[in-house]
Design a protein around this ligand. Sequence first.
Ligand SMILES: N[C@@H](CCC(=O)N[C@@H](CS)C(=O)NCC(=O)O)C(=O)O
Length: 206
Amino acid sequence: MLTIWGRISSINVQKVVWAAGEVGQPFERIDVGGQFGGNREPAYLARNPNGLVPTLEDGEVVIWESNSIVRYLAARYGAGWIWEEEPAKRAEADRWMDWMNTSLQPALTPAFWGLVRNDPARQDPAAIADSIAKTEAKLDILDAHLEGRTYLANERFGMADITVAPGAHRWFNMPVPQKDWPNIRRWYAQVSVRPAAGPALPLPIS
Ligand SMILES: N[C@@H](CCC(=O)N[C@@H](CS)C(=O)NCC(=O)O)C(=O)O
């Protein structure tokens, strides 16, 4: 039985919960972080010195960093399924996973904290407008990539879809102007109804 440490409102925890479901591994998820706290406790820091969520425990194996956890789950339990052995194919998925963490998430986070989490420190209208503009530019790239494609990488469902779709889920449920991204909408509608996606993509977002 896997243990996933982290509150489900975390976009990074959502990726791990989804991946665990796809590879058919039973897991216990323990609420840590945000309003639940616990992530600065010595016992948690011993597992994850960053004091962030998610952290995965699989027997003796302890891993932090959401993408690394998804890759671990895919490689260990999803070979021939969501794990690509061939380096070029795996890189096709890897690049979108890293793009999510380094491009889309940083772009949308200020608007999310200002408009959804109502953080008093993140109410600057200019910063929110900047976040919206930057996110739209990233989503334009995603929409163009998905033109004529069913999935993000290798024409089959995989790690990239699991890690990027929580970003679309968040954006589509935020009180922001919604541009028309027909390819993202179609792709999101398709992947978000997978049985493993349900527990990973809670509504309302928070
Ligand atoms: N790069 C890390 C980022 C982890 C991260 O920033 N997690 C946030 C939640 S999304 C966190 O732990 N925030 C503190 C908290 O929840 O208390 C990953 O992908 O796992």
